[in-house]
Design a protein around this ligand. Structure first.
Ligand SMILES: C[S@@+](CC[C@H](N)C(=O)[O-])C[C@H]1O[C@@H](n2cnc3c(N)ncnc32)[C@H](O)[C@@H]1O
Length: 290
């Protein structure tokens, strides 16, 4: 059975007001670092809307922006389906606690004074299901690459669950890389987070390295685990081919999630992955794991 002592904690570090005041400067540094051939038009539009509304200083409730809230917070009706599985595998309810950063929608954790969110439950569910399906622990991965990390929720819980000091690399569009810098610096502490804005990119060991996709060619990383949940399949064929040609950045273990009918699933299965349904409560969605 998987368990965690949650000793990293989830909410220490730099003040959100101070970080928000430096957001425009960080955004300016990364904004040109995009390869347009990698980005689908729907994500280009969400990026433009997010940049328009978060600059110059993101509002306190930036996680409620439609480009984030509607894309990354699953419906609260999923909580009763996923929470019992997650809770039975954690030894510490604090891993389920939702940091207040960004004003996320929260729900009470039953029989506890902790407030969690549908998103935190969902992200923990992914990692714990990966461990069960593969027989591998998250701890076995010293270097983790994520493609399309949303606002940073999965990396937050991965760092908390991991009993070591993993080197993490998250590729995303520049606007989301800047949002991840803001969010993860606030919840993990700015010293744990590096937003890269120049080539070549050499990931810093033990940190969460945020890399805008315009720098992917210039990034030297050898991953143990590659993760992309509802993201690489939402990138262009050029982007997908880049990742396949780079052999998943060298990772011998994979966790991807997407709709079972997605044509990219065939490519991941051909790479040796196995399909595992999320469950009857989310018909048609599956993980692809190695
Ligand atoms: C539907 S969200 C999923 C986010 C997160 N993986 C989750 O499960 O909550 C898609 C993610 O892919 C990112 N994305 C879209 N196009 C991308 C691209 N071309 N390269 C890298 N990331 C991209 C988006 O910015 C977003 O972070």
């Amino acid at each position: 059975m998987c368990s965690s002592d949650g000793r990293h904690g989830l909410a220490r570090g730099s003040t959100i007001a101070g970080l928000a005041g430096r957001f425009a400067e960080r955004m300016a540094a990364v904004r040109p670092l995009v390869d347009a051939s990698f980005v689908r038009s729907d994500w280009a539009r969400r990026n433009d809307e997010l940049a328009r509304d978060l600059l110059p200083v993101p509002p306190a409730d930036f996680l409620r922006h439609p480009s984030i809230a509607f894309q990354m917070f699953v419906n609260e009706r999923l909580v009763p389906h996923e929470l019992p599985y997650v809770r039975s595998r954690l030894t510490d309810d604090r891993l389920l606690a939702e940091p207040p950063v960004g004003g996320p929608p929260t729900v009470p954790l039953p029989d506890s004074d902790v407030r969690t969110s549908s998103n935190t439950v969902h992200q923990l569910f992914h990692l714990l299901r990966y461990q069960e399906a593969t027989g591998r622990r998250i701890d076995a991965a010293a270097t983790v690459v994520e493609w399309g990390g949303g606002f940073g929720a999965l990396m937050r819980v991965l760092v908390a669950l991991h009993r070591g000091e993993p080197t993490c690399v998250v590729f995303d569009t520049p606007v989301f890389s800047a949002v991840q810098w803001l969010y993860l610096s606030a919840v993990l502490g700015e010293q744990r987070v590096v937003l890269h804005d120049t080539a070549p990119v050499r990931p810093v060991a033990g940190r969460v390295n945020l890399v805008p996709i315009g720098l992917v060619d210039a990034t030297d990383v050898a991953a143990d685990l590659f993760i992309s949940n509802w993201a690489l399949n939402e990138s262009t064929p050029t982007a997908r081919q880049h990742v396949v040609d780079r052999h998943w950045f060298g990772a011998d273990s994979l966790l991807l999630a997407m709709h079972a009918g997605d044509p990219f699933a065939e490519v991941v299965l051909a790479a040796g992955a196995r399909a595992v349904p999320l469950g009857d409560f989310l018909p048609g969605q599956h993980y692809l794991v190695v």
